[in-house]
Write a protein that binds this ligand. Structure first.
Ligand code: ADP
Length: 481
C-alpha cells in the first residue's frame, strides 16, 4: 500500500495533505491505532476537481465507450487477482469477518465487470416528430461526479459508485470515510496500474466536515452521489442545492421482514438472522424489524431466539457471524439504544455470545433480539446501525402494511408467505425501493436497482438504473426539409 500519509490521489499522483496533516485509523477488533491517512481538505478537493474537469474535457471525454468498458473490465479482473490481499485489508480496517470481506471483494470485482460490459450498451433513442424532422435522444455523461461514501462497505461502495460513473463517461472525485478506507487506497493503486488515465479517478481522504463539505459545496462538480446517514444527507443536499448540483442519496433504513402465518418458517429463520447480523448490523438495508403475524408470533419468536442466542461475535480474524462495530462512538450509540430500551421495560428475548478471543479494547456489541416493541418506540423507528433486531406483532395484511410503511424510511422489505396473490399485494403496497419475496438481499445484487423512498433517499444505484443517473438525456432536433 502507498506510504502512510500519502493517501491523496490526484491526477494520477499520490501525495500528502497540506502541512502533512493526518488522521489515525483504529482497528475495530482491538481498538488500537494501526495506520494513518492524510487529512485532506478544501485545497486538495479543489485540485482534485480541477484534475477531474480536465480529464473529462480531455482524455476521458475522447475515450470510446468500448475502451472505457475494457479498462473497467480489466480492473475487475485485477481486483479478482488481488482478492485475498484486499479482503485482509478490508477485514482489519472495518472489523468485518474475513468471509464477509471476501464476498465484498468478489462483489467489487463484479461491479467493474458488470459496468465494464455495460459501458457500450447505453443506447440513446429516436422520437417520431413533425414531418421533415429527425429527433435523436443521446445520453451524455453528467461531467465531474463527486462521491462521498461511508465506512461499512468501503470496497463495495467504491465499485458501486466509481464503476458506474466511469462507465457512463464521467470523471470522479471520491471522498471515502475517514473511519475505513484502506481497501479503497489499494483499489485506486490497482486502477492506476490498469491504466485508468490520470485525472479520471481522484481520491481525497479526510474528515467529512472538511474534505466532504468542500466537495459537496464545490461549484465545479456536476453531480453528487452520497451514501451515509440521513442527517449528513440533508447537509449534502443543501450544499449541492446552492450550486444546482443534482444528487443521488442513499441514506439508510428501518427495513421490515414480514412473516405471515403461511410462511415457510424454516426457510425464513436463517435469512432473517443473517439480514440483521451481516456486517454486525451496519448495513443500510439491514432487516432490523421482524413483523410477525400474531397467530404464530410466540412460536416464531421462540425459534428465532434460539438462533440469535447461538450467534457469535468476535474479532475479524476469528471469522465468526459478527465482528465488532466500527468505532467506540458507534458501540456507545448502539448500547445507548439497548440501555434506553431496558429502562422502558422492553424485553430482551435473546442475545448472542461474545467470543473469548475478542480483545477487551475492541468495539463489541452482543447481537440482540427485543420484543414486542411498540411501533412508536425509537427502537421501532430509528436506524440503530448495529446487530439489534426488534419484533413487532401484526394482525393481517393491512396491519402489516401500516406498520411496515409506518417509519420515515423506505429502503427494502422482505415478505414471507406461500400465498402468491398476497405476495403481489404486499409488493405493490410497500413504499420501498426493493421488495424480496421469500428471501432477502441486504447489500447484494449488483444488477438490481437499489435506493429508497422518504428518508432513505432518492435516485437509484446499481444495475442499469445507475447508468441513467450518471447520464443526462440530450435532445437533438434536425430539420432536414
Ligand atoms: P455514517 O453514519 O456511515 O458514519 P456519515 O453520514 O456520518 O455516515 O458519513 C458518511 C460519509 O459522509 C463519510 O465519508 C463522512 O466523512 C462524510 N461526511 C460526514 N459529514 C459530512 C459533511 N458535513 N459534509 C460532507 N460529508 C460529510
Amino acid at each position: 500500500m502507498c506510504a502512510d500519509v500519502n493517501t491523496i490521489y490526484i491526477n494520477g499522483k499520490w501525495s500528502a495533505a497540506q502541512g502533512a496533516a493526518t488522521i489515525p485509523v483504529n482497528e475495530p477488533s482491538t481498538g488500537e491505532v494501526f495506520a494513518h491517512i492524510s487529512r485532506g481538505g478544501k485545497p486538495e478537493i479543489d485540485a482534485a476537481v480541477k484534475a477531474a474537469r480536465a480529464a473529462f474535457e480531455g482524455v476521458w471525454g475522447s475515450t470510446a465507450a468500448v475502451d472505457r468498458g475494457r479498462l473497467l473490465s480489466r480492473l475487475g479482473l485485477k481486483i479478482a487477482e488481488h482478492a485475498e490481499e484486499l479482503a485482509q485489508i478490508e477485514a482489519r480496517d472495518t472489523g468485518k469477518a474475513l468471509k464477509l470481506a471476501r464476498s465484498d471483494i468478489a462483489a467489487t470485482a463484479r461491479y467493474f465487470e458488470y459496468y465494464g460490459g455495460a459501458a457500450d450498451k447505453l443506447h440513446g433513442d429516436t422520437i417520431p416528430f413533425l414531418e421533415g424532422y429527425q429527433v435523436m435522444i443521446v445520453r451524455e455523461p453528467r461531467g465531474v461526479a463527486g462521491h462521498i461514501i461511508p465506512w461499512n462497505y468501503p470496497a463495495q461502495m467504491f465499485g458501486r459508485t466509481i464503476a458506474a460513473a466511469l462507465a457512463a463517461g464521467n470523471t470522479a472525485v471520491l471522498k471515502p470515510a475517514e473511519e475505513a478506507c484502506l481497501s479503497i487506497l489499494r483499489l485506486t493503486e490497482l486502477a492506476h496500474e490498469t491504466g485508468i488515465p490520470a485525472g479520471v479517478l481522484n481520491v481525497v481522504t479526510g474528515y467529512g466536515e472538511e474534505a466532504g463539505a468542500a466537495l459537496s459545496s464545490h461549484d465545479d462538480i456536476d453531480f453528487l452521489s452520497f451514501t451515509g446517514s440521513p442527517e449528513v444527507g440533508t447537509l449534502i443536499q443543501k450544499a449541492a442545492a446552492d450550486n444546482h448540483v443534482p444528487c443521488v442519496l442513499e441514506l439508510g433504513g428501518k427495513s421490515p421482514q414480514i412473516v405471515f402465518e403461511d410462511a415457510d418458517v424454516e426457510k425464513a429463520l436463517p435469512v432473517i438472522v443473517s439480514a440483521i447480523i451481516q456486517n454486525t448490523g451496519q448495513t443500510c438495508s439491514a432487516g432490523s424489524r421482524v413483523l410477525v403475524q400474531r397467530s404464530i408470533y410466540e412460536e416464531f419468536i421462540a425459534a428465532l431466539a434460539k438462533r440469535i442466542n447461538a450467534v457469535q461475535a468476535g474479532p475479524h480474524g476469528a471469522d465468526l457471524d459478527c465482528g465488532p462495530v466500527i468505532s467506540a462512538v458507534q458501540r456507545d450509540r448502539v448500547q445507548g439504544f439497548l440501555d434506553r430500551a431496558q429502562a422502558d421495560g422492553i424485553q430482551v428475548v435473546a442475545q448472542g455470545k461474545l467470543d473469548s478471543r475478542a480483545p477487551a479494547g475492541g468495539y463489541y456489541v452482543r447481537p440482540t433480539l427485543l420484543g414486542p416493541v411498540d411501533i412508536a418506540h425509537e427502537l421501532a423507528q430509528d436506524e440503530v446501525f448495529g446487530p439489534v433486531l426488534v419484533a413487532i406483532p401484526f394482525d393481517d395484511e393491512n396491519d402489516a402494511v401500516r406498520i411496515a410503511n409506518g417509519t420515515d424510511f423506505g429502503l427494502i422489505a422482505g415478505v414471507w408467505s406461500e400465498n402468491g396473490a398476497r405476495q403481489i399485494r404486499m409488493a405493490k403496497k410497500l413504499r420501498v425501493g426493493q421488495v424480496y419475496i421469500n428471501g432477502y438481499g441486504a447489500g447484494g445484487g449488483i444488477e438490481l436497482p437499489f435506493g429508497g423512498f422518504k428518508r432513505s433517499g432518492h435516485g437509484r444505484e446499481k444495475g442499469f438504473e445507475a447508468l441513467k443517473e450518471y447520464t443526462v438525456a440530450k435532445t437533438i432536433v434536425i430539420n432536414h426539409k
